[in-house]
Structures are given as structure tokens and as C-alpha cells.
Design a protein around this ligand. Structure first.
Ligand code: ADP
Ligand code: MG
Length: 236
């Protein structure tokens, strides 16, 4: 994935301002930054949920700048939402089954789609909870469902927007292990996080957003020791 000069203006505010990033296949890029830095906007621009006011998004050789979310999903890019978005009228399993049936895998048989959904639910740790309505899930399980819906699309690139938020310490490690596993299977991941230390452990590189722009990018150790990064977080 390659993002060049990406920009999004909201009235007088540049929420994302000339962001360049290259994400080689099979790598994990952690994106951190204080509240309001433009992290979610960046994901929305890549996934087609917002249109950029300038710049481009390429997946392989395909230019997906400004394309609709379904087209981007069908090109192999899936995402989770920071604010979870299940279909409230459907069970957990049906939420994932719908994603399987309408996703690029194009599994049209309901029985086969259901099987695939059960496999994905098992994988994210929701085995046995498929019959529940999403409203009855804990915060951690609601995040797992978000992830399951994204994985049901069998993506090549996965964009995770604060999937660790609200998790208890004991719930974070399994989530990180899953990210590592997905990377091992060749998935390319862009992982947005507020919990800096946690994400450093699974990222090949860290990119720091500040006021919509890239403050720095590099290996986790280097970035986390960078004084400018510490200052950005302290609000100077
Ligand atoms: P982060 O995810 O890093 O906390 P966001 O990308 O959500 O930051 O927001 C970046 C900036 O853009 C913030 O100042 C936010 O208020 C603003 N913003 C985000 N979405 C919108 C929108 N739809 N309309 C107007 N301003 C927005
Ligand atoms: Mg956000």
C-alpha cells in the first residue's frame, strides 16, 4: 500500500495534511499520535469512508483514491471502526455471515458462509458466542466482532483503529498475539493505537501523527525515544 500527499480538510481544519506512507506487504505499521492527531481520519481516507481533498491511495498498482468502501474492500482492504458498528438486529454469527457473503470471497451458499463465519469467530475468541445479539457483548467481545467482520472479508491489508481500546490488561496479550499471527500469514497491517507500548511490541515500524502530519517514522525503539514524540504526547 502506498499513500502519497494525502490530505483531508474539514472547513478550516487540516485533519490530515500531506501524509506519505509506504506499507510493504506482510509488514505491521503502528500509527500513534495524541487525540485529534488525524489517525481515524487517515483510516477513513484509505478505506473510502471519507474522500481525500488531495493525495492518492494505491494498493499494489491499483489507484483507489476516493473509491467507495465496497470497492476498496473488494480490492483486499478491510478495516475495523473505533466506534464499533455491528448490525444490531442480527446475531453475532449472522453479522459475520453477512460479511462473508457480501465480501470479496463471494461465498453465496448460506450454509458455507455460516461455516466460514464460525471459523472466523473461533479464531478471534468468540467461539460459542455466535448466537448472542451484539448488544450483549462485553467491550472486548464487541471489538473481537469488529475484527471478525473485517477478517471475514479475507483481506490482504487490514486497518485496525484502536482495537485495544477499553480492553483489560489480560485481554491485550491475546489480541497482540492474533495481530502477530495474521502478520505471519502474510497480511499487511496498519494498526492505530493509543496504547503506545503495546503496539510497539508488534510493529515493524511506528509512524507518529501530530496535527495531521507525519512527525516521524522508524523502528519502535527509535521513535519512542524521540524527544519530539514525547513532547507531542505531553502536549507541548
Ligand atoms: P484521532 O483519531 O487521531 O483522535 P481524528 O482523525 O478522529 O483524530 O480527528 C482529527 C481531527 O479532525 C480532529 O480535530 C477532529 O475533531 C476532526 N474531525 C474528524 N472528523 C471530522 C468530521 N467528520 N468533521 C469535522 N471535523 C472532523
Ligand atoms: Mg481515532
Amino acid at each position: 500500500m502506498r499513500v502519497s500527499g494525502l490530505q483531508r480538510r474539514f472547513g478550516g481544519l487540516l485533519a490530515v495534511s500531506g501524509v506519505d506512507l509506504a506499507l510493504p506487504a506482510g509488514r505491521v505499521l503502528g500509527v500513534i499520535g495524541p487525540n485529534g492527531a488525524g489517525k481515524s481520519t487517515l483510516v477513513n481516507l484509505i478505506s473510502g469512508h471519507l474522500k481525500p481533498t488531495a493525495g492518492s491511495v494505491l494498493i499494489g498498482d491499483t489507484d483507489l483514491t476516493g473509491a467507495r468502501p465496497w470497492r476498496i474492500a473488494h480490492a483486499g482492504v478491510a478495516r475495523t471502526f473505533q466506534i464499533v458498528k455491528p448490525f444490531r438486529g442480527l446475531t453475532v454469527a449472522d453479522n459475520v455471515t453477512v460479511a462473508v457473503m457480501f465480501g470479496p470471497a463471494r461465498i453465496r451458499s448460506r450454509a458455507r458462509a455460516r461455516q466460514e463465519a464460525e471459523r472466523v469467530l473461533e479464531r478471534v475468541g468468540l467461539g460459542g458466542k455466535g448466537g448472542l445479539p451484539p448488544a450483549e457483548l462485553t467491550v472486548a467481545d464487541a471489538r473481537r466482532l469488529e475484527l471478525a467482520k473485517a477478517l471475514a472479508l479475507r483481506p490482504r491489508v487490514l486497518l485496525l483503529d484502536e482495537v485495544l481500546a477499553g480492553l483489560r490488561p489480560a485481554e491485550i496479550d491475546p489480541a497482540l498475539r492474533l495481530i502477530d499471527e495474521l502478520r505471519g500469514e502474510g497480511l499487511t497491517l496498519l494498526v492505530i493505537e493509543h496504547i503506545v507500548q503495546a503496539i510497539a511490541a508488534v510493529s515493524d515500524e511506528i509512524l507518529v501523527l501530530h496535527h495531521g502530519a507525519v512527525l516521524t517514522q522508524g523502528p519502535p525503539d527509535e521513535v519512542l525515544g524521540d524527544e519530539r514524540v514525547i513532547e507531542a504526547y505531553l502536549g507541548h
